[in-house]
Design a binder for this molecule. Structure first.
Ligand SMILES: Nc1ncnc2c1ncn2[C@@H]1O[C@H](COP(=O)(O)OP(=O)(O)OP(=O)(O)O)[C@@H](O)[C@H]1O
Ligand SMILES: [Mg+2]
Length: 314
């Protein structure tokens, strides 16, 4: 599929998602510092007979960084999209709790307003919309969310709780400096003619401006040269705090040299087949996925892309 069909990370999405069978699990429990994924099954709307995710169970607490690794086509992006409510994917079973709420019933923009953020593997161009306008609109929508949807507060109006133009300029200058982006970047159209590395930096800039409470970073390292990788990783590290949970999707252990995960998970055949510490990523780099797949009783088809860099489609 072409995942470039929706706009970057704060999207005003379609109506709330249709019902699905609930997970045969315990009642909704509330720990508002944790994202809990239970028995998540996902199919693409275009081909509902093809189940991509076959029961994902995963919990990530605020303050933690979890890495998800897996071969091409293992379902990593599908998981990211399902968490954010991409309309091309349907959750057929399971639940995702965030702040004690089953967010699967919510539209993507409501999820964003609850502090969830997705940095896309393949960000979309929006000709005619400048980076600055885009970020300001996104920030205003997020502030409205923080304000609890209070319609008396108009985030775009500084006299009614919004951010003033001066404050906004200062904020994006500060965040752009963090990511070593030139000031002129703010005036360019979103992702139009951006290099692969610039697209990834814009994703990180959005994250820095929006200050989410939970971020899913899908292959934030792909297409980056080694200096850009370090800058982006520093940008992420600067945002890590006890108030941010991160799900870091990556193919390469090299990103994990810069951003240290608390837990590493391996996704294969639609499930998490192994979880471990940082060492698991090192083991994958040395041995590939073969041994872990064999241990999980799965056929070892295909090559280990840990050995061959991926070409990023533009
Ligand atoms: N909309 C769709 N329609 C049909 N099949 C889909 C759709 N989206 C994903 N798939 C299939 O689901 C599988 C998982 O895709 P996904 O993009 O989630 O993998 P990934 O782990 O992110 O891979 P990569 O490492 O290459 O980014 C693939 O076989 C893909 O072709
Ligand atoms: Mg992917």
């Amino acid at each position: 599929m072409n995942p470039t069909e929706i706009a970057p990370s704060v999207v005003l999405g379609p109506a709330d998602q249709p019902a699905r069978s609930p997970a045969p699990s315990t009642a909704l429990t509330g720990d508002d510092r944790e994202l809990v994924i239970r028995d998540l099954h996902v199919v693409p709307v275009a081909d509902p007979s093809h189940e991509i995710l076959k029961g994902i169970d995963l919990s990530v607490r605020k303050g933690e960084v979890h890495a998800i690794m897996g071969r091409n086509g293992s379902g990593k992006t599908t998981l990211a999209y399902a968490l954010m409510g991409h309309p091309s994917y349907q959750v057929t079973r399971g639940e995702v709790l965030w702040k004690g709420i089953d967010i699967l019933a919510l539209s993507p923009d409501k999820r964003a307003r609850l502090g969830l953020f997705l940095a896309f593997q393949y960000p979309t161009a929006i000709p005619g919309l400048s980076v600055a306008s885009f970020l300001r609109t996104a920030l205003n929508a997020r502030r409205r969310g923080i304000a609890g949807g209070d319609t008396e507060i108009d985030p775009s109006d500084p006299t009614r709780g919004g951010i003033s133009m001066g404050d906004f300029r200062r904020l994006i200058r500060e965040k752009m400096a963090l990511l070593r982006l030139e000031d002129s970047f703010a005036g360019r159209y979103v992702n139009e003619g951006f290099s692969g590395g610039e697209k990834k930096r814009l994703e990180m800039l959005q994250m820095a401006v929006l200050q989410p409470e939970f971020a899913v970073l899908d292959e934030t390292d792909s297409g980056l040269d080694i200096d850009a990788l370090r800058i982006v990783a520093e940008g992420v590290n600067a945002q890590l705090s006890a108030e941010l949970g991160v799900l870091l999707i990556t193919h390469y252990q090299r990103l994990l040299n810069y951003i240290t995960p608390d837990v590493v998970h391996v996704l294969a055949a639609g499930r998490i087949v192994r979880s471990g510490g940082r060492d698991l990523a090192l083991q994958l780099e040395q041995e590939g996925y073969g041994p872990i797949l064999r241990d999980a009783g799965l056929p070892d088809l295909g090559t280990d892309e840990a050995e061959a860099p991926e070409e990023e489609p533009q």
